[in-house]
Design a protein around this ligand. Structure first.
Ligand code: HEM
Length: 521
């Protein structure tokens, strides 16, 4: 059979798709021309380390600009705090359709892909699992995990001597983070499971090659393709089956026990109380989808930000010293170790400042993406550079990105001339000393690291507690030093960020830092 008619049919579908997705409302909005029309801007973005191209685009085109996605379809970027608040809080915008199809296809029908009332009901149940009081209750597990890591390092260093050890930081942080989630939300030590960590790594670590970009573009345009058999589909089905077995077993054990002990099942407990909270029970498949969502949303994100912060601190020994001094002074003056309340409250202002600065400069999601579901006018503080307009009109279907890490979080017009610098001191004088523009970022703490609005991060209190517990435990006991290699950080297709050695980018992601005992300095 000749392939020509098939090729023509595909081309015709692509052209119709492009026409349907091209909205004239953006015709006057400026933006770069991608070097590959078929793949669009991701073709230029994916080989570049984070911190480069988005910044270049905003310097050239201003805060609000237009990118050309696959097949030339325009996508709007709004790096404007007023516009971002509107987009993330308005019912005119939802998680985009192809992402929702992918999330449901891979992880099942849970909180990730739910919208509207259905989403509100699920969040009412899940929020109880991650409330600040529940995080305080499980914090002892996080302290134990940080302690386990430091004991392992201490043992290795005692054998190696005072010059310390070279440690691969990403795998260490991943192990802490995966156990932190699983031991507190479903009473399970996931790092010791014979197959689940390997499955998660396969799903999360697909590198952004041209082939994966083509596949991403095609499924983005035609989400039905997610249903085509693929290794990714097989892995996610297997993951759901294995997590389902764990959930069933723990649920049964929970019915017999009165909870407590060295582990917690906060997520399963909350989902088991769904009828009491919303009047409707949560079925088993939704519960498993939510377990997958929590693992995927909570594990690599926290591990990434911890690893990147340690890399930053390795290059800035003075910040490490200042943080260590604050922690030691606290212990000397109070005569005790800092508790969860000390770490998350006002007792350690420099730790808080370092944590906020890490959340600002190492935000894991480069962009938070939405699709318009109704015609809407996005208000802007900074006018569109080409027209001077202080709003942009969008039509249903329009993809809109809020650039976080390389956009709003490091824009010198918002943060001042040192916006790109890691400088915890900017947070030390409180809210009133922050530049007025920063206060236009309405999300909690003036940061979009955890998103904003109804879909804001479910695990933000948990992530902040874990971050502070792990960083403070490490910095008190160890000095982290830079090694000769320089690292750049790259976005993976799964939206996580991985370090690669500069000049040896073809090698697997890794981050090797020298770890020394503080007492032997
Ligand atoms: C530093 C670590 C973390 C970062 C930077 C982060 C970031 C985010 C962001 C930006 C969103 C919003 C996405 C959107 O609006 O489209 C989000 C959503 C979410 N996060 Fe996190 N997260 C982190 C840790 C966690 C943890 C520890 C958990 C769970 C224990 C978690 C669970 C979730 C879930 C389930 C959602 C989806 C919420 C919904 O759709 O209603 N995250 N996260």
């Amino acid at each position: 059979m000749s392939l020509v008619p098939i090729a023509f049919a595909i081309l015709a579908i692509l052209v119709v798709y492009r026409i349907l997705r091209t909205h004239n409302t953006l015709k006057d909005v400026p933006g770069p021309t991608p070097s590959n029309w078929f793949l669009g801007y991701v073709y230029d973005l994916s080989p570049k380390p984070v911190g480069t191209l988005y910044r270049e685009w905003s310097r050239t085109f201003g805060q609000t600009y237009k990118l050309r996605g696959p097949l030339g379809v325009p996508e709007l970027v709004v790096g404007d705090p007023k516009g971002a608040t509107h987009i993330l809080n308005s019912p005119s915008f939802q998680r985009n359709y192809s992402d929702r199809v992918a999330l449901e296809e891979f992880f099942g029908d849970g909180v990730f892909n739910a919208e509207g009332e259905h989403h509100k009901r699920q969040r009412a149940v899940l929020n109880t699992a991650f409330s600040p009081s529940n995080v305080r209750e499980v914090a002892h597990v996080l302290f134990d995990l940080a302690e386990r890591l430091t004991q392992e390092w201490e043992e290795e260093i005692r054998q190696a001597g005072p010059s310390g050890i070279l440690s691969e930081i990403t795998s260490k942080m991943q192990r802490v983070a995966i156990d932190a989630i699983s031991m507190t939300t479903f009473s399970y030590t996931l790092s010791e499971d014979p197959q689940i960590p390997a499955l998660i790594a396969k799903i999360a670590d697909v590198p952004a090659s041209t082939l994966t970009l083509i596949a991403e573009s095609l499924v983005d345009a035609f989400p039905i393709l997610y249903k085509v058999p693929s290794p990714m589909r097989d892995w996610t089905v297997l993951l759901r089956t294995e997590l389902g077995k764990i959930a069933d077993r723990i649920w049964k054990e929970n019915e017999k026990s009165d909870g407590g002990g060295a582990m917690h099942s906060k997520l399963l407990d909350a989902m088991g109380s769904s009828k009491m909270i919303t009047g409707e029970p949560m079925d088993r498949d939704t519960a498993i989808a939510n377990m997958c969502a929590v693992i995927f949303a909570g594990y690599e994100t926290t591990a990434n930000i911890l690893a990147e912060c340690l890399y930053e601190l390795a290059q800035k020994p003075s910040i490490q010293d200042k943080l260590r001094t604050e922690l030691n002074t606290f212990v000397d003056t109070t005569g005790r170790e800092p508790t969860y309340d000390d770490l998350t409250g006002d007792a350690l202002p420099y730790l808080d400042a370092v944590s906020r600065e890490a959340m600002r400069t190492k935000a894991v999601l480069l962009t938070v993406t939405r699709a318009a579901v109704a015609s809407d006018t996005i208000p802007l503080h900074f006018p569109v550079t080409s027209t001077g307009a202080t709003h942009v009109v969008v039509e249903p279907g329009q993809l809109v990105h809020v650039p976080v890490r390389d956009g709003i979080h490091v824009d010198s017009v918002i943060w001042g001339p040192d916006a790109e610098e890691f400088r915890p001191e900017r947070w030390l004088e409180g809210d009133s000393a922050l530049p007025e523009m920063v206060k236009m970022i309405r999300a909690p703490g003036h940061l979009l690291t955890f998103g904003d609005g109804p879909k804001t991060c479910l695990g933000r209190y948990f992530a902040m507690a874990e971050f502070k517990i792990v960083i403070s435990t490490i910095i008190r006991r160890f000095r982290i030093e830079d090694v000769e290699e320089k690292y750049d950080f790259y976005r993976q297709t799964s939206n996580t960020i991985k370090p690669r050695i500069r000049g040896r980018e073809h090698e697997a992601p890794q981050l090797n830092l020298r770890v020394k005992l503080v007492e032997e300095m």
